[in-house]
Design a protein around this ligand. Structure first.
Ligand SMILES: [Zn+2]
Ligand SMILES: [Zn+2]
Length: 245
């Protein structure tokens, strides 16, 4: 995993929050939460463009306004009770195939668009009612969950600069931990790492195939190889080959 991918993971959690906030009811807190979050994401983007994937940028643009990700997209009438006769002509209902409109109820519910086979059994009417109520309940639950999320949303309490440097530090600690673990597995001692100072070298990790360059990664003090984020260095190369063949 590169540092960009590591930072991207954090940005993705922010965008997931954005998506949920954009589904919640529009109130003062929600409006503020969205603008703080979008502002924070913009600052992160200015500092680290390379960590933002195109699809993430599309989502940020799409969900940056309150109410921009509404759960109820279709016209819907309220929850229905009873069996046949509960459908009303000219009203909209929902099924797993989309929204339909009742155009006649006699001699059986007729709908537009015609997604159900013509059928005049009670089961047919029951089925549509059940579907309608089930999907309506699902939407209601989703909406309530988005509202609860918005109500409990905690604003990011860190500047973009501080967050990037914190993530960079955590990333290097993660690599160091992976490297220690890697050496433990291969029965080699850990002697520490060194920042690379020689001419630029670009290679790839034999273990996970990540592209490595010595301007971004440190070297192992024992073998002098660049340490990959998966923890691998030259200390495990020979034994890795022996165990994998
Ligand atoms: Zn690797
Ligand atoms: Zn090594």
């Amino acid at each position: 995993m590169t540092l960009d991918e590591y930072i991207l993971r954090r940005c993705k959690t922010y965008v997931a929050a954005l998506e949920k906030l954009a589904s919640a009811k529009v109130d003062e807190k929600n409006v503020q939460a969205l603008s703080v979050l979008v502002g924070h994401l913009r600052s992160l983007y200015r500092l680290r463009r390379s960590a933002f994937t195109p699809d993430l940028i599309v989502k940020i643009k799409k969900f940056s306004e309150p109410g921009s990700n509404p759960i109820e997209l279709e016209p819907l009438d309220a929850r229905l009770e009873g069996v046949s006769g509960s459908f009303q002509v000219s009203k909209y209902y929902i099924s797993q195939y989309g929204v339909f409109k009742i155009i006649a109820v006699e001699p059986f519910p007729q709908i537009e668009p015609k997604v159900y086979p013509k059928c005049n059994t009670l089961y047919f009417a029951n089925y549509m009612l059940e579907e309608h109520n089930r999907i309506l309940n699902e939407r209601t639950r989703e909406f309530e969950s988005a509202n609860a999320f918005a109500a409990n949303f905690v604003f990011p309490d860190v500047s973009a600069e501080a967050e990037i440097s914190d993530l960079t530090e955590k990333y290097h600690l993660m690599i160091e931990e992976n490297h220690r673990e890697f050496l433990r597995k291969h029965g080699k001692p850990y002697l520490g790492t060194q920042p690379t100072s020689k001419r630029l070298r670009v290679t790839h990790c034999y273990s996970c195939k990540t592209v490595l360059s010595n301007d971004l990664y440190k070297e192992c003090l024992v073998c002098g190889w660049i340490i990959c984020s998966c923890g691998a260095c030259g200390c495990g190369y020979a034994s890795g080959r022996l165990t994998s063949t």
